[in-house]
Design a protein around this ligand. Structure first.
Ligand code: ZN
Length: 143
């Protein structure tokens, strides 16, 4: 099995069986990508600079919905410093740039092919941008 087939299977699995789907009422950020119809809300329970629980809700294309599922699973339990580093590496990977810490991306590595499809970059990063906003809010509030 080649890597691209494996990556597609991981993406379709998260799309069909999303993890951490459904909001529990924590602070959230809602973002939309009108060009594709993606509509995503990401929420995070942040305590002592740790992402205790990260969930998502919304609808959209397979790239958008699956990447939200991968994001929430990957980020739950991370500190906000770790989360920001992972987000930065993810953005670099999506843009096709060199990344210095590939291991930290874990399952999110399946989106590296997106760099070849600029129109899908927004789909793959929208939920990540929402979490980044939440981390920024938590930092400014000193949580
Ligand atoms: Zn999309």
């Amino acid at each position: 099995m080649n890597l691209e087939v494996l990556y597609r299977q991981v993406i379709m699995d998260h799309y069909k069986n999303p993890r951490h789907k459904g909001l529990k009422g924590y602070p959230n950020v809602h973002l939309r990508n009108p060009s594709c119809g993606d509509d995503v809300t990401v929420e995070a329970k942040i305590e002592n600079e740790v992402l205790k629980d990260v969930n998502h809700e919304g609808s959209g294309c397979s790239i958008c919905c699956s990447s939200a599922s991968v994001l929430c699973e990957l980020m739950t339990g991370k500190t906000i410093t770790e989360a920001q580093e992972i987000i930065n590496n993810y953005y670099r990977m999506i843009k096709g740039e060199e990344i210095d810490n590939e291991e930290c991306l874990e399952e999110a590595l399946v989106y590296q092919g997106v760099s070849k499809f600029p129109a899908r970059i927004k789909c793959a990063t929208i939920s990540w941008k929402a979490l980044e906003d939440l981390i920024g809010e938590a930092k400014s509030e000193g949580k």
